[in-house]
Design a protein around this ligand. Sequence first.
Ligand code: VGL
Ligand code: ZN
Length: 202
Amino acid sequence: MILVDIQNDFLPGGALAVANSNEVIPVANRCVPEFDNVIVTQDWHPPNHSSFASNHPGHHVGDVVKVGDVDQMLWPDHCVQLCEGAAFADALEIRCDVAIFRKGTDPAMDSYSGFFDNGHKHATGLHEYLRQHQITRLFIMGLATDYCVKYTALDAVMLNFETSVLIDGCRSVSQSPEDVKDAIDQMQAAGVQIIHSDEIFS
Ligand code: VGL
Ligand code: ZN
């Protein structure tokens, strides 16, 4: 199971708060004991990261700029390396030896997916880790449905993993139902199974 970015800055009160995101924590805590392998991704940006609007004078949060040849949505400063906002949610019950894959560490390139940066140039090591552990089936949940969950799930099916997203364990940045449906449709069209976490208890 892959828990995507369940970090303080994405929780209510955080720098990039996702509405109702705290509700994913009990879902994660209920599911985690069912899996032999639990992996977490961690958004982990340097202070000069190119996804921060503060690093683009004259631009604002929500603007889209070109960084190299990649479109970059601008965000508030969030998940800065070693800061409290980048820490995992206190209430998240994960073992201290859980496998952590950090992403967004290159100042010049954002990384929504837990597998690759947005330019698909650098791998985080997650694919290699899954191969080494002979894992072929993935269950993904976390934050946010329309960004890091979506891109992680899309890369997972592209890499031929049998991939399910536990949708009740996800919350989205966008509060527009059309945007959420669009993210879900994109995942399903690519071959991601969208399921409820209850379906893993059988
Ligand atoms: C995320 C925006 C910026 C996410 C991370 O975890 O979905 N979204 N950085
Ligand atoms: Zn980020």
